[in-house]
Design a protein around this ligand. Structure first.
Ligand code: FE
Ligand code: FE
Length: 385
């Protein structure tokens, strides 16, 4: 038997309640067996901060639409890697579903310019349009359509929804209340990663949301110290500033949150929860598209244990974490004095200090910490024997 398949494409940035109602009403109207939601592809060089990444838009579409079993998400346009013409997508779907009836869901304002679409007549030959009336009772004249073609347009009346994606994005951050313009899952998804916020606005939002006051103060102190060290040792001060600011972003996370971003723990790592946040912190920043710079990510990843062959930026964040203005452990002045001589002088001292402290408390030592210490000893040619 012929199946009825509705197709609904869009940027879905983010998918909102207007999209969901339109797709559901269209599917109900024709008695659809399947609804394929197709997030479009925006070429990467055009991706502005106001545009979520493709995988994020897909994930938000899944949580918005797929509780209804008729719905599925297709990444066919995203996989093409460039903007698609609707006709190309329809040709592909027609090949996949040669015997079924295809319905293309569009807004009524799009219908007015439909005859300017690339290969619009071919689109109509392959599918029936389901046009949503944005204003009640409004039906465009369909200029340029033949009588046969007019028969291939179905109007549905959906409750008019004045929702602009940019207003929705603003609304999501304007208060703590759940904003009904998107699904609860999408609302949480956006706020969890500070999506649609940019640069310092995003970092500050995440710090305030994820860390306690004392830890935020510490992060700002480390950031300041990292900038100072970067300037002294000829490194990128802006990268040092950001890495310092975000190095402890997962410090207050629950065990489940750590595990979400840090899998494949070794036995030693399992036994030392103090190192979890460096790995989960890097995972959180990277996977959520907050930081894409590998040097910053690695500086976060190794700021607690250290490791062998560290880059200068990694050393800077590691050392800044020991000597930031908020630190007051007994040896801090000595470490500050050594950091003034060289990063390596400070690191030899601090890695030894860490190892001694852990060993005297019968605590496991991460192999990367031992590597870091050995590396520094070799730098100074200090090893005996
Ligand atoms: Fe830390
Ligand atoms: Fe820290």
């Amino acid at each position: 038997m012929k199946k009825k398949i509705c197709i609904f494409g869009g940027t879905f940035n983010p998918p909102h309640i207007g999209h969901i109602r339109l797709a559901e009403n269209a599917a109900d109207k024709v008695g659809a067996d399947k609804v394929i939601i197709i997030p479009d592809c925006i070429p990467p060089h055009k991706e502005a901060s106001q545009l979520a990444r493709a995988e994020e838009r897909v994930e938000m579409c899944i949580s918005s639409f797929c509780s209804d079993k008729r719905f599925e998400i297709s990444t066919m346009e995203i996989e093409r890697g460039s903007r698609s013409y609707t006709v190309e997508t329809l040709r592909e779907l027609k090949k996949q579903y040669p015997d079924d009836e295809l319905y293309l869901i569009i807004g009524s304002d799009m219908l007015e310019t439909f005859t300017q679409w690339f290969c619009w007549e071919e689109i109509l030959s392959m599918s029936t349009l389901i046009a949503a009336s944005r204003e009640n009772g409004f039906e465009p004249k369909l200029d340029g359509f033949s009588d046969e073609q007019k028969k291939k347009v179905i109007f549905i009346e959906t409750e008019p929804l004045e929702l602009s994606s940019s207003e929705i994005r603003k609304g999501i951050y304007s208060g703590n209340e759940f904003d009904n313009s998107v699904s609860k899952e999408v609302f949480d998804f956006i706020r969890k990663r500070g999506l649609y916020l940019e640069g310092d606005e995003r970092y500050d939002y995440l710090l305030n949301k994820m860390l306690d006051e004392k830890r935020i103060f510490h992060s700002r102190c480390v950031s300041e110290k990292a900038v100072e060290l970067a300037e002294k040792y000829g490194e990128d001060a802006e990268k040092a500033r950001i890495a310092g600011l975000l190095h402890d972003i997962m410090k207050n996370a629950s065990a489940e949150e750590h595990f979400e971003y840090f899998s494949g723990m070794t036995a030693v790592e399992k036994a030392n929860h103090k190192v979890w946040h460096q790995f989960s912190g890097e995972g959180f920043l990277c996977r959520n598209g907050i930081i894409s710079d590998d040097e910053i990510l690695n500086a976060v990843r190794w700021h607690t244990t250290g490791k062998a062959d560290m880059t200068n930026l990694e050393k800077i964040v590691y050392v800044a974490d020991f000597i930031s203005a908020d630190r007051d452990y007994p040896d801090v002045d000595e470490v500050r004095r050594l950091a003034d001589i060289s990063l390596e002088h400070a690191m030899l001292y601090t890695s030894r200090y860490t190892i001694q402290k852990l060993a005297s408390a019968d605590m496991v030592i991460h192999p990367a910490t031992l590597d870091c210490y050995n590396d520094m000893l070799l730098v100074f040619g200090k090893q005996k024997g």
